[in-house]
Design a protein around this ligand. Sequence first.
Ligand code: TRP
Ligand code: MN
Length: 461
Amino acid sequence: MIDWKIDSWRKLPIKQVPKYSDMARVNSIEKELSVRPPLVFAEEARRLRKRMSEVAEGKAFLLQGGDCAESFAEHNANNIRDSFRVLLQMAVVLTFGSALPVIKIGRLAGQYSKPRSSSVEVINGVSLPSYRGDMVNDMAFDDKAREPNPERLLQVYDKSASTLNLVRAFASGGMADLTKLHEWNLEFVRGTNEANKYKELAAKITSSLEFMNACGMTPENTAQLRETEFYTSHEALLLNYEQALTRKDTITEEKGWFATSAHMLWVGDRTRSIDEAHIEYMRGIANPIGLKCGPSTDSDDLLRLIEKLNPLNQAGRLTLIARMGSDNVYKKLKPLISAVKKSGLIVGWCCDPMHGNTVKASTGFKTRKMDDIMAEVRGFFEVHNEMDTIPGGVHFEMTGQNVTECVGGVYEVSESNLADRYHTHCDPRLNATQSLELAFLVADLLAENRVGLGKKIAAVS
Ligand code: TRP
Ligand code: MN
């Protein structure tokens, strides 16, 4: 990587940096983090790159999901287990519908910071620093809570390590065993239309498993039935934290630099200026990375960003995560896909139908409508169909908890219900039923696309 150093980002303009009062403490915490063990191992990130190249080629489908922002208060085993279960359910639905391997990436074990549009928040004439996620400060509206506290960087490392430890155990320790797929249904989802659809699908899979069992393939002798690969990701926002956990791979020949805070990192729509710090840091790490593209993304700028982030044009390195909004998806996404297609640059395309569809409900809560979310997903598939390109995956903000943050869906959360169970630390998340409903929609779109996809794969390879 030409002229890149682990800290070359520090010389460039940077957005979204918290104002710490004790910089000496920030520096000593960075030092401390830099000698802690990495959370993920380079070879895992390299394997995910391989998987993501299959996504870009239409040979696999990406499911990325989790909290908008993780929080210390909700960091416990039950929440992690429930989010993991819903992701497994969604993955099963998608695997069945698409007949493709589904690459599972959690938005967890590190998703603790948030970019903000304003550095201060004013309530009743009182102005305090904005809440930037538990990695920086506390959500409560008082001076002490809102003061950015560097000790939180260490807490994020500790909490991420324990989340990762648990999801690794779940993924390989028996929870993901396909013969247990009935058990992933969450209590409060039971009896809903989604749960019944899931049950029907589970029954079909169970009978396939019984057939395979009779042929001699069992979870005991076939790891693929018993385990799943599960990866982690978050937005690369606090670069001092990322730098401290960036390590040179000393084991393999390639000897690249890897971010070891997660398998995959992405750059947000607000920090993707080509000559600024975030892009500089990202271009030098060898992980698979994502780039969020909002409606303001210009095609020429995008091409230059892609060249900078993936100069060797390797499949699997870069996934574009489009977050256009349901009204914009058709007219904004099409020119981007068209420009990328013409350029010959290789990227994966993923749909984030959450961030372009945030609205304020009449009751004052930030919410998202299931109808808008679904419309954006449909629009994403439609554009790819027209352009003969590959709709590679979906990115959701969701939780395994029974929250009422997004409105609509078969279970009908209404605007007046929002206050019932509104717990998010940032944006409104899909609850488990709504997540399943979306998985079924995407599975249908993928099933429709299946014949077409075969043709596209033949054209790519
Ligand atoms: N190993 C396969 C996979 O991860 C099949 C599988 C096992 C699976 N457990 C799963 C698929 C849970 C989805 C969900 O795809
Ligand atoms: Mn969000």
